[in-house]
Design a protein around this ligand. Structure first.
Ligand SMILES: Cc1cc2nc3c(=O)[nH]c(=O)nc-3n(C[C@H](O)[C@H](O)[C@H](O)COP(=O)(O)O)c2cc1C
Length: 152
C-alpha cells in the first residue's frame, strides 16, 4: 500500500518533521498550502483581528492550492500540521473535506508550542469519513514515529 505524507506548516516546524517522516517511510508528500499564503501578520494570534483569529472564530474553510494527485491510490495517509487553538488549523478541515477517505488508514501528527494532541483527532473525524484513525500524536521529530513506519 502506498503512503502519502500530507502536511500543512505555516512556519516550517511541521514541514521539517513531515519531510523527515516521508524520507524514512519512503512515502510521497503533498504540502497543503492556502491559496492565499499566510503572512507573519496573519499568524499574530495576540492580535484579535489577525487572519488566524478571524478564521478560527468564523469557523471558515480555507481554500487549498492544488490537489493531491492520485489520492485514491494511497492506503495510508500521515497527516501533519501545527496545533492551532488546541486542534487542527481550519485549512486541515478543508483539505480533509475535499477527498474520499473510505478505507484509508490515517495517522495524525502535529507540532505545538506545548499543547498536547487533546481532542484533535475527534474534532477532525467528521471530515475523515470512512477512514480509520490509527493514531494521533504531538511530536518534536520524525524519530518519534518509528512505530508507524514499522507498522506499514
Ligand atoms: C494561530 C496559531 C495558533 C496556535 N495555537 C497553539 C496552541 O493552541 N497550542 C500550542 O501549543 N501551540 C500553538 N501554536 C504554536 C504552534 O503550534 C507551533 O509553533 C508549531 O510548531 C508551528 O508549526 P509550523 O512551524 O509547522 O507552522 C499556535 C500557533 C499559531 C500561529
Amino acid at each position: 500500500m502506498k503512503t502519502l505524507v500530507a502536511y500543512f506548516s505555516a512556519e516550517g516546524t511541521t514541514a521539517a518533521v513531515a519531510r523527515a517522516l516521508a524520507e524514512a517511510a519512503g512515502a510521497d508528500t503533498f504540502e497543503i498550502k492556502p491559496e492565499l499564503p499566510y503572512t507573519a501578520a496573519d499568524l499574530k494570534w495576540t492580535n484579535p483581528l489577525a487572519r488566524c483569529n478571524r478564521e478560527k472564530l468564523g469557523g471558515k474553510f480555507v481554500p487549498v492550492e492544488g490537489k493531491a494527485e492520485g489520492f485514491s491510490d494511497y492506503g495510508v495517509v500521515m497527516l501533519g500540521f501545527p496545533i492551532w487553538y488546541y486542534g487542527a488549523p481550519n485549512i486541515i478541515n478543508t483539505f480533509c473535506r475535499d477527498y474520499d477517505w473510505t478505507g484509508k488508514k490515517v495517522y495524525i501528527f502535529a507540532t505545538s508550542g506545548g499543547s498536547g494532541i487533546g481532542k484533535t483527532a475527534e474534532k477532525l473525524a467528521p471530515y475523515l469519513k470512512g477512514a480509520q484513525i490509527a493514531d494521533a500524536r504531538v511530536v518534536r521529530s520524525a524519530s518519534e514515529l518509528g512505530e508507524w513506519i514499522k507498522a506499514e
